[in-house]
Design a protein around this ligand. Structure first.
Ligand code: MG
Length: 392
């Protein structure tokens, strides 16, 4: 095969070149691969609660408003851009906000309404991708590497999403586009409101190098303070430290700083799987005919289910009993109570009630199962729980 020889010779020359080169100047082995082929979009609604209120109530448009309690111990959940000009910010005590902006209009929050609007925004996202990771009520990452619209560029997807949010929902979103989550998030923050920023792989380092370390995602006040104490106030200075040095100073965060300062963030966009039920079942070695043995099984299942519910954090208000007969005929019976079913005694009481109304075939039952479904208040954030506040 004559074509192989020249190629082989050519490779050997390159190899020789690199060997001589590396002897003179050691090449740093990359510790982390940098995955730059993905297209990640971060969408962040602008002043979400306040914008929804101004959209729905024309008399509030153009006015400084704060969503939150006006009273002494209240805090601002979101301030409109008009209020921000006075220095009013999210999480600020309402009394301080009023000092800064005496004409500030306080509006009571409507959490269930904001959740409904958030669901409409997600409907728009899903036209482009199902790989959506919500990080709060008004922010989400989307992996659009493969997208339903068949668009080549991430920025085209971001533009289309922004346009749909504006024309269909009359709301404004900022979007950031890059090859990873960290940079997409930084990008969406870049020119708010109504921002659209793309960070290409070849521009990533120069972009990161101009950022204050506070802009690094996950760098809270404590880490920022420590970074400044060590004189590490920018990405180039962080890059000058080895991975081991960074880990010695910052623990696990050290590895993240090492990677972020190099524009590396290989975490995937994790779609939130919405759990609709939690259950367990037991198949018997021999078909059970006696009611007392079925009750024993229910007791075991109730205990198991209580544990599974607690571990999953799932809260549901319907209990379903599944009974599989000796011949594989399967029947289910359900009961709904108004509140979350969490306690084994309640599970057992309801299960017994369901069993009372069920037909037990003479030849026996081969399986029993218990499931809790119908989610109630799935992790509904309290409106004024600071941890649950939307970003800007
Ligand atoms: Mg926001």
């Amino acid at each position: 095969m004559p074509s192989i020889m020249p190629v082989f010779c050519y490779d050997e020359q390159i190899l020789h070149f690199f060997l001589s080169f590396s002897r003179r100047m050691p090449i740093e082995t990359p510790l982390f691969r940098n995955d730059t082929h993905r297209k990640i979009v971060h969408v962040d609604m602008d002043a979400f609660y306040a914008s929804v209120e101004q959209r729905d109530r024309p008399e509030l448009r153009g006015r400084p408003i704060a969503v939150g309690h006006a009273d002494g111990r209240g805090v601002v959940a979101t301030a409109s851009y008009e209020a921000r000009q006075f220095g009013v910010r999210s999480a600020m005590p309402s009394s301080r906000a009023r000092q800064l902006c005496p004409d500030l209009i306080f509006v009571e929050g409507r959490m269930s309404h904001y959740k409904a609007v958030s669901a409409e925004i997600h409907e728009i996202f899903r036209r482009f991708t199902d790989v959506i990771e919500p990080i709060s009520i008004d922010e989400a990452f989307l992996d659009v590497t493969e997208n339903k619209a068949g668009l080549t560029l991430g920025v085209e997807v971001a533009k289309a999403i922004k346009k749909a949010i504006r024309t269909e929902l009359n709301l404004v979103a900022s979007a950031g586009v890059s090859y990873n989550k960290f940079l997409a998030k930084v990008a969406s923050d870049w020119r708010k409101p109504d921002g659209l920023c793309t960070i290409h792989p070849d521009r990533a380092l120069s972009f990161i190098d101009q950022l204050p370390v506070e802009a690094f995602w996950g760098v809270g006040p404590a880490t920022a303070k420590r970074l400044h104490e060590l004189g590490l106030d920018s990405a180039p200075k962080i890059r000058a430290l080895s991975l081991n040095e960074l880990i010695a100073h910052f623990g696990e965060m050290g590895s993240i700083l090492y990677q972020f300062s190099r524009g590396i963030d290989n975490r995937s966009v994790r779609p939130e799987r919405i759990r609709k039920s939690v259950g367990c079942e037991e198949t018997f070695e021999e078909d059970i005919r006696h009611r007392a043995l079925l009750e024993d099984a229910l007791r075991r299942l109730a205990e198991e289910l209580e544990g599974r519910l607690a571990r999953s954090g799932f809260r549901g208000s319907t209990l379903t009993l599944k009974i599989r007969h000796y011949d594989f005929t399967t029947r289910t019976r359900s009961i709904s109570v108004g509140t979350a079913i969490t306690d084994r005694r309640e599970i057992l009481r309801l299960a017994d009630e369901l069993l009372d109304g069920a037909t037990i075939p003479e030849r026996g039952v081969r399986l029993l199962g218990l499931t809790v479904s119908t989610p109630v208040d799935e992790r509904q954030p309290l409106l004024f729980d600071l941890a649950a506040l939307p970003g800007d």
